[in-house]
Write a protein that binds this ligand. Structure first.
Ligand code: ATP
Ligand code: MG
Length: 185
């Protein structure tokens, strides 16, 4: 595997994008593009299977150094696949996603790991809070770890290096405007 990029001053950060406003996942996608442009390796794991096939998935997969997986659909990377989980079983798939997330973080083969909507999985009881906090505390020192989702718990805010809360001021849904291609998905 490739060694993590960066010099001696590299300080692996834990970043949290939370809040009820729109822009958490798109911020994580933007960071992924930025890191890939710096020849860094990124693992992007999407926790909650969306209703739509979002536009970023295939394009991120096509970027050099980026691997992207979606829980609930089965893992395409062969070594991450769990043949015992039927794809319909989303709870079991999310639990498997969590074990993969822990494995990927601990192996340290990536420069950036994005756990998109992990906080949704946490709030749904699919990811144990103490295990998530422990993973953040014990992550490899050079790894940048990005977590997104609403309602970041105080214990996570405590251990994170950067927390941005996106506040909804206006949203077109409030005026009955339906989700727009390229904007919402
Ligand atoms: P995005 O993926 O666009 O960056 P997000 O990750 O911040 O959004 P999520 O909480 O993951 O937001 O929600 C996913 C989708 O739900 C987004 O497309 C967002 O526009 C939409 N959404 C956010 N707030 C509302 C709302 N109040 N009512 C309806 N839909 C909303
Ligand atoms: Mg999101």
């Amino acid at each position: 595997m490739t060694r993590p990029a960066g010099g001696a001053r590299r300080h692996g950060l834990t970043l949290v994008f939370t809040g009820n406003g729109k822009g958490k996942t798109t911020a994580a996608v933007g960071l992924t593009v930025r890191a890939a442009g710096n020849r860094m390796r990124v693992f992007f794991l999407q926790f909650i299977k969306g209703q739509w096939k979002t536009g970023e998935r295939d394009i991120l997969r096509g970027l050099p150094g980026v691997d992207l997986e979606v829980t609930g659909r089965g893992f395409t990377i062969e070594r991450l696949r769990n043949p015992n989980i039927p794809l319909e079983d989303h709870a079991a798939a999310a639990a498997h996603g969590w074990s993969v997330a822990q494995q990927i973080v601990r192996e340290g083969d990536y420069d950036v790991v994005v756990l998109d909507e992990i906080l949704g999985a946490l709030n749904a009881g699919l990811v144990p809070r103490d295990e998530l906090i422990e993973l953040v505390r014990s992550k490899p020192p050079l790894l940048h770890l990005v977590l997104t989702g609403r309602n970041a718990p105080p214990e996570l805010v405590e251990v994170a290096d950067l927390v941005s809360e996106i506040q909804p001021i206006k949203h077109p849904f409030q005026r009955g405007i339906k989700a727009q291609r390229g904007i919402e998905f």
